[in-house]
Unconditional design. Structure first.
Length: 195
């Protein structure tokens, strides 16, 4: 794997305590994942395989951080990555564990799977239609029926738009627009939908 000069410059500019840590991690990646490439993201060195991140490292004023994208959770406040605040090479876990974790990240990258699967989004509660909008829709049966037939997200878009009005006159105008567009079966962003 060729060295990216930006990563070399990053290591060279790091404080003296961090340089051996960053150099050690870089050496492990080179030795055990020769197909991996280096790049810089968000001002920090990253290692990639098949275009997917497998590891990153960073140097700060008093510590360094290492993250390996092997599917395990990153730290939430004690440093960056999974290994806490690293002040020396001795703070790193053993090379065998690091190589095992790097190989797990490489396997995910080669399989084309994301290193950190996203948790499923929690379903949103149905939009609570405010009374003034509900009354306006009820007064126009075609609009009310069309509005009720919209998918939940389309109803929520209209409700959020109406509730976002700061002035009573603006709210009334938005309600009138909602009723008129719903009567025609149009969602709030109908202009941008493909026909």
């Amino acid at each position: 794997m060729p060295h990216d000069p930006r990563v070399t410059a990053y290591i060279d500019k790091a404080l003296p305590f961090a340089q051996p840590i960053l150099g050690h991690v870089r050496g492990l990646v080179h030795a055990f994942l020769p197909a991996a490439t280096e790049t810089m993201k968000w001002g920090m060195p990253f290692f990639q395989l098949n275009g997917r991140d497998i590891a990153m490292m960073a140097a700060f004023k008093a510590h360094a951080g290492l993250g390996i994208f092997d599917g395990s959770a990153m730290a939430t406040g004690d440093g960056m990555g999974q290994f806490g605040k690293l002040a020396s090479v001795a703070d790193l876990p053993g090379d065998a564990l690091l190589v095992e974790r790097l190989n797990a990240a490489a396997a995910l990258a080669q399989a084309g799977r994301p290193a950190r699967p996203r948790p499923p989004a929690a379903p949103k509660a149905p939009a609570a239609v405010p009374d003034d909008l509900a009354a306006a829709l009820a007064a126009e049966p075609a609009a009310g029926a069309a509005f009720a037939a919209f998918p939940p997200g389309a109803r929520r878009d209209y409700v959020d738009w109406v509730l976002g009005a700061k002035q009573p006159a603006t709210r009334a105008k938005r309600i009138a627009t909602t009723v008129a567009q719903a009567a025609e079966g149009k969602k709030i962003n109908w202009k941008y939908e493909k026909s």
